[in-house]
Design a protein around this ligand. Sequence first.
Ligand code: ADE
Ligand code: ZN
Length: 316
Amino acid sequence: MRQILTPNEPWTQDKVELHMHLEGCLEPDLWNKFQRKYPSLGIAPVTTVTYPFTDLSSFLAWRYQGDRLLNEEEDFFDLTWRYIERALDNHIVYAEIFFDPQAHTARGISLDTVMSGIIRALRQAEQRYGWTARLIPNILRDHPLNTAEEDLAHLESYGKWIIGVGLDSRELPYPPRLFRDLFDQARRKGWHIVAHAGEEGPASYIWEALDELGAERIDHGIHAIDDPILVARLKTDRIPLTVCPWSNKRLGVMTDLRTYHQLFQEGVVLTVNSDDPAYFSAYLNANFELISPYFSTEALQQLIDNSFAASFRTDF
Ligand code: ADE
Ligand code: ZN
């Protein structure tokens, strides 16, 4: 049974999160712990949660620097456990969690090291709290295609834990069509398809994610607002957009927060998410709070219901 805790803050009830990058959960205390653990990396400690980034590229430079601090199984365990604790605080009952295999394998970290740390934490959460999650590896747009292919082949051995494949990193100039073969392979493995598109890139990237990759959800997708025919397509086919308000605000990709409500009113299925919550200092409830002035209580309730319906679990 889903639980409603605070009726005047409807987001403080059970929810699902569908767009959260595990590596984006590296809070400053974990950054500093690993920075001390691996002094030879020469990575400076962070002293504030407010990083000086202004756009997607400058943000990703920080994110990928932080990723280098994750090296051993227990580092991935600690990181995953941190998200699980935050998820419980934020009334998240289930998550489909992104991670970036190539960010680790490109540094010589074995995918088995990454996966065993993550899965150990997920198993512990299931045993202790009945809390469940599944994983969605993202293909990094700006890495060589063959490394994505190798990593995805390796991930097949992880069975039920992998529920889909996504596409992320710097969007421009990497249109989704470049990744068509990889996504065809992923579909043949029985995985669901999602893709970041229309975050900093144009609406045409969203069309490509749908028509070339067969994306079942679009991550961000906010530039759909520039193309009324695309908005109609998203509405008709009930393709969810997993929007991330604090991320969009911090990265300057959405200047007017009312755009979410505009998309909602047009009938597009939206879900609210945190993207890289440690870097934006905002987990899921804070993202709901940010947009709450623009949405009625009933509309906020709809966004929460959408999070269950848009998940790849079939038993909600
Ligand atoms: N990887 C982590 N966060 C991302 C974002 N907002 N866009 C693209 N790639 C990402
Ligand atoms: Zn993202």
